[in-house]
Design a protein around this ligand. Sequence first.
Ligand code: FAD
Length: 431
Amino acid sequence: MSARVDVLVVGAGPGGMAAATVAAEAGRRVCLVDGGTAPGGQIWRGYSTPSASRSPHGREFVRWSERLQRSGCAVWQGWQVVDHPAEGVLRVERDGECRDVGYERLILATGARERFLPFPGWTLPGVMGAGGVQALMKAGLEARGRRVVVAGSGPLLLAVAAGLHDAGATVAGIYEQAAAGRLARFALRMLRHPGKLAEGAGYRLKTRKAAYRTGAWVVRAEGKDRVERVTVTDGRREWQVECDWLACGFHLVPNLELPLLLGCSVAGGYVAVDALQQSSVANVACVGELTGIGGLEKALAEGQIAGWAAAGREAQARAMTAEAGRGRRFGAELEAAFALREELRTLADAETVVCRCEDVPYGALAGKVGWREAKLHTRCGMGACQGRVCGAVTEFLFGWDAKSGRPPIYPALMSTMAEGAEETKAAAQRR
Ligand SMILES: Cc1cc2nc3c(=O)[nH]c(=O)nc-3n(C[C@H](O)[C@H](O)[C@H](O)COP(=O)(O)OP(=O)(O)OC[C@H]3O[C@@H](n4cnc5c(N)ncnc54)[C@H](O)[C@@H]3O)c2cc1C
């Protein structure tokens, strides 16, 4: 075994950072493993302590990264968990090196990814995920002078539009598929979450020169070699908007592969947990977006609950449950407000590619009875992303269950899967 710890935490977003920090502060030997280059997850991607105070939610980032550093927790960045080779062991890989990490308690905080929906032209260069554009800009993509349409669904659209504005792009329009009535009810409920309301209002203020249309969605992207214009509809009429980029995403879906590999029960699309974040599998807790898309505060509260509970500090864990409950209620309100409309199921035509890894068009999938048949007959979901993109698409388009927890949960070297870390192999043989 490369390492053995009391508490292993997977995912260094806010949920995992909070869980690892409090468990280490309570005196447990903790290892925090994350596939990215630095702690922060999605919301704090690219943040660093000196510059973070000028960024949204930067103060929380500084507070939690400083606490994490002081806590004595071992932080393994760049290590991707790919397998669960034996009871109480996870296998991680980085740059061709493989390690097995043994644990007494496991906390999963693997977050969420964007949901994409296919429409004619969505594979053209210049069409990107809304969160994808945000991530690329944080990695140095130059947006100055670009004309960008932001579309899809969810609160991320406004955050991305504001980021584009700050980076010198022209936001050519923000198109949210949710109807105005739903969003008005959501805004009223947000009076109970004044911080979130102020955040959204701040983003909108920055992008006030751009049209914000509710009940509107992109039906087509067109251009010669790359996107040059998109066609938008409100269900009654269609119009075109010229653009250099389309940033388009439809809210988020949880990264369930690792919980499923471990056997955690899933209900309503999320990992089922009790008040202390314990899943259906003994000694495995799940936090953050895995248990419901609910934002930063929910991830931090749930992370602390799981961290305290893993350290045997139940009273401290229970003291955070009211805050986590508030986060969960906010998540439920998000889900209701940004529920996807029926019309989005009919955007793709027969030639529209659904599985981008294996180039499988909609026409080849329509009529199949389920995900398994689609995979066997068309190779849909069998490419490099293993259905991470098209799985959620087919769940929405056809009502299939495309969730999977088969190893390797991320592309891994054959040697990692075949040989594993020598000591785990030896231990398995001894048993
Ligand atoms: C693309 C995107 C952009 C977002 N932008 C914003 C924003 O601007 N504002 C906002 O309020 N909210 C944003 N969110 C939502 C925000 O991420 C959440 O509200 C919250 O921060 C979730 O925290 P978390 O700890 O649950 O997960 P995350 O922050 O998603 O962290 C999960 C971590 O797990 C790691 N991981 C996953 N699988 C593995 C594995 N197998 N092995 C190792 N590591 C793994 C990932 O590398 C990641 O660092 C965004 C979400 C996404 C998906």
